[in-house]
Design a protein. Structure first.
Length: 198
């Protein structure tokens, strides 16, 4: 397994490690996996792990189990997260710009204030997810499931929502200017005078 080696710049933890903006190192080991930019963590079991503030830009997390993990303030820009299980994860204020989240499970995940600009969320499950004040500018949400999702104040400028299911979603104050809403389902969705449509 590629994630089991350590070095003098590595901090080990078998349980939890809290990252911070002032962390001097970029790599730690959690449950035997190297947590660093560009890491290969495909199919890794990091369920419930404390990865708040982790530096995982361009990492390969395809098929990884991140359910219930703390990824708040994490840098996942450009990461590969296709088919990853992130259900119930805390991704508040995380940087997921340009991330590949095709068919990822983000049901009931917290994504408040997260940066998902230009991210690919095609066929992703965002049922019940909290996307309050999230940035989804230019994001691809084709055939995504957003049933009951909270998109209050979210910025979806130029997003592609073709075929997306927003049944019961909260769109109060959301900005959908320039978004592609072809064939979307909005049954029971809520919006306000502050919601901007194409």
């Amino acid at each position: 397994m590629s994630g089991c080696q350590s070095s003098s710049t590595t901090t080990e933890s078998s349980t939890t490690t809290k990252f911070s903006a002032t962390t001097e190192f970029e790599q730690v080991i959690i449950n035997g996996y190297k947590i660093e930019p560009g890491a290969d963590l495909s199919d890794a079991d990091l369920s419930g792990a404390d990865l708040g503030g982790a530096k995982l830009s361009r990492a390969n997390l395809s098929g990884a189990d991140l359910s219930g993990a703390d990824l708040s303030d994490a840098n996942l820009a450009g990461a590969k997260l296709g088919n990853a299980d992130m259900s119930g994860a805390d991704l508040s204020n995380a940087n997921l710009a340009g991330a590949k989240l095709t068919r990822a499970d983000l049901a009931d995940a917290t994504l408040t204030g997260a940066n998902l600009n230009s991210a690919s969320l095609t066929d992703a499950n965002l049922t019940g997810a909290n996307l309050t004040n999230a940035f989804l500018i230019g994001a691809k949400l084709i055939d995504a499931r957003l049933t009951g999702a909270n998109l209050t104040g979210a910025n979806l400028y130029d997003a592609r929502l073709t075929g997306a299911n927003l049944t019961g979603a909260n769109l109060y104050g959301a900005d959908l200017t320039g978004a592609d809403l072809t064939d979307i389902t909005l049954k029971g969705a809520k919006w306000s005078d502050g919601t901007y449509y194409p």
